[in-house]
Design a protein around this ligand. Structure first.
Ligand SMILES: NC(=O)c1ccc[n+]([C@@H]2O[C@H](COP(=O)([O-])OP(=O)(O)OC[C@H]3O[C@@H](n4cnc5c(N)ncnc54)[C@H](O)[C@@H]3O)[C@@H](O)[C@H]2O)c1
Length: 272
């Protein structure tokens, strides 16, 4: 059900790869709530062509390619977006993650540091790059909102999450640090949502993902939060109803983060 929560707002959505992507679901919900959108992804992802389907579902939103590690691409993206919407941007979704060591099957203890540098750049420092570009162009309106997606491996160990745990810890730190400066300068909010394991293109790439998903389900009083609900949460953070929320890592995980154990898990352990 739509509530016109984003009526008149203009947003940039990074990271919709296909209809399983969290960014895909979020773009649809933002559009439904009245926002005008610009969609972006890495040029290589655009070649898959799926994002054009999303564009058609979002009022023919322009699709602009940008590698999030390339400052020229990011500047061009913000400039073209502002030209398209005829003013400043009200919200940005950073829904980006990629691990070279995971993709190439390297164990955490045997990490390739060159790949690790790229992972941290794509998955974490890219948020700094996006914010810096917007800052330099003064592209985000007062009380604007930027949301990036994180995972609880930033706080606790999930061995197969590998170097992405470090990337998420860095992402959450950039959120606090840049969030401070952008808050003081323009009242722009910056937050991360720490989402339950979700079956998406990136999620399914984590080793033992089904085990991850089932364990989290059994350990969450409400069960795992799905991508459609994550999209709803993003909408609230982009809306004017959450104007004083900034520099936070917000768990959207059905209670997983604060649960020590559940009866379901105890029952599964059996007796010695
Ligand atoms: N799926 C999960 O279980 C889960 C849980 C918590 C957090 N997250 C986070 O949610 C976010 C979205 O992931 P998703 O699960 O929807 O998967 P996804 O694969 O659909 O999204 C990841 C996106 O990152 C983009 N990307 C990669 N390299 C890029 C680059 N150089 N420039 C621009 N874009 C680039 C990809 O093209 C893709 O669209 C990620 O930050 C992920 O870590 C996912």
């Amino acid at each position: 059900m739509a509530h016109a929560l984003l009526k008149g707002k203009k947003g940039i959505i990074f990271g919709a790869l296909d209809e399983r992507s969290i960014a895909w679901k979020t773009a649809l919900r933002c559009y439904e709530e009245g926002a005008q959108l610009v969609l972006t992804n890495a040029p290589v992802a655009l070649r898959m062509g799926e994002i054009n389907k999303l564009s058609a579902l979002c009022g023919n939103a322009p699709v602009i390619g940008a590698d999030v590690t390339n400052m020229d691409d990011l500047r061009a993206l913000f400039e073209k977006s502002m030209e398209h919407v005829g003013g400043k941007i009200d919200f940005v979704l950073h829904s980006i993650g990629m691990s070279l060591n995971v993709r190439k099957g390297k164990h955490y203890t045997e990490m390739n540091y060159e790949w690790n540098g790229k992972t941290l750049d794509i998955s974490a420092m890219s948020l700094h790059r996006v914010l810096r570009t917007a800052w330099d162009l003064d592209a985000i309106s007062e009380w604007g909102s930027v949301v990036a997606l994180s995972y609880i491996a930033a706080q606790r160990v999930f061995p197969d999450y590998n170097e992405m745990a470090d990337a998420k810890a860095l992402l959450e730190s950039v959120t606090r640090s840049f969030g401070y400066h952008y808050g003081v300068k323009r009242k722009v909010r910056v937050n991360t949502i720490s989402q339950s394991p979700t079956p998406t293109p990136a999620g399914s790439g984590v080793k033992g993902f089904d085990g991850f998903l089932n364990y989290a389900e059994a350990m969450s009083p409400l069960g795992n939060a799905g991508s459609a609900d994550c999209a709803n949460y993003c909408v609230t953070l982009f809306s004017d109803l959450t104007r004083y929320v900034t520099m936070q890592n917000l768990f959207h995980d059905g209670g997983f983060s604060f649960t020590g154990v559940t009866q379901q898990v105890i029952d599964k352990m059996g007796t010695p």
